[in-house]
Design a binder for this molecule. Structure first.
Ligand SMILES: N[C@@H](CCC(=O)N[C@@H](CS)C(=O)NCC(=O)O)C(=O)O
Length: 214
């Protein structure tokens, strides 16, 4: 059985966003039970035990049958291998789903995160006045391109896959901005993904875990 390592507690703004969520969601979609191990922010994060799981002292990480795996993208694909629902067996559909995982992490998350970091940690700094509009412009460009690629489909390739799981999770980084008002197609896509029972179960479990540790 997979053991997920997550933080025991994170600040409120980060609780729904913490990247262990995407692992929980993938596990729920795949219908796989899992154990949870918690690590505390601070010295335990940088302990040799945790660095052996996650070389940067971050979370999530997973372990199963002697495999220790870090990076949420790699973990999502690993779980995908166990479920056709996440990674289709068809060669082309499978590669396309994989491409969307990379697109979410490389082409969207990098920019969404920049905006998140500015808003969550540097909102009052002088440099933000100049930097934020530049970053927002780039984010908007990427969102427009993503919305075009989605078109009128329910999911990026028609059927839900691990690519949608990663994309929908990454888009949530921007929830605090209200930017999706200007992208109705993506807004509906996000809602569709968040309405999935597996998403709901994973979110309940994540928030409950943090609440108990608070
Ligand atoms: N690229 C990594 C990023 C992991 C990451 O940044 N995790 C955050 C929590 S969501 C973290 O560990 N933050 C604490 C830190 O960086 O010290 C992944 O996708 O797994």
């Amino acid at each position: 059985m997979i053991t997920l390592t997550t933080f025991a507690w994170v600040p409120d703004f980060a609780a729904p966003l913490m990247r262990a969520f995407r692992v929980r969601w993938a596990l729920e979609e795949a219908g796989l039970p899992y154990n949870v191990r918690t690590v505390t922010l601070g010295p335990e994060q940088k302990s040799p035990e945790h660095l052996a799981r996650q070389p940067f002292g971050q979370a999530p990480a997973i372990e199963e049958d002697g495999l220790v795996l870090f990076e949420s993208g790699a973990i999502a694909l690993y779980i995908g291998e166990k479920s056709e629902k996440l990674l289709p067996r068809d060669r082309i559909a499978r590669e396309r789903a994989t491409a969307w995982v990379f697109a979410a992490l490389n082409s969207i998350e990098t920019w969404a995160l920049q905006l998140g970091i500015i808003d969550f940690f540097h909102a009052k700094e002088e440099s933000t006045k100049e930097r934020r509009p530049q970053v927002e412009k780039l984010v908007r460009e990427r969102l427009g391109q993503l919305e075009n690629a989605l078109g009128d489909k329910d999911y990026l390739e028609g059927e839900f896959s691990v690519g949608d799981l990663m994309m929908a999770d990454v888009l949530r980084i921007l929830d605090h901005t209200g930017i999706f008002q200007d992208f109705p197609g993506l807004s509906a896509y996000k809602q569709r993904c968040a309405a999935r029972p597996a998403f709901q179960r994973a979110m309940t479990a994540q928030l409950e875990g943090f609440r108990k540790a608070a």
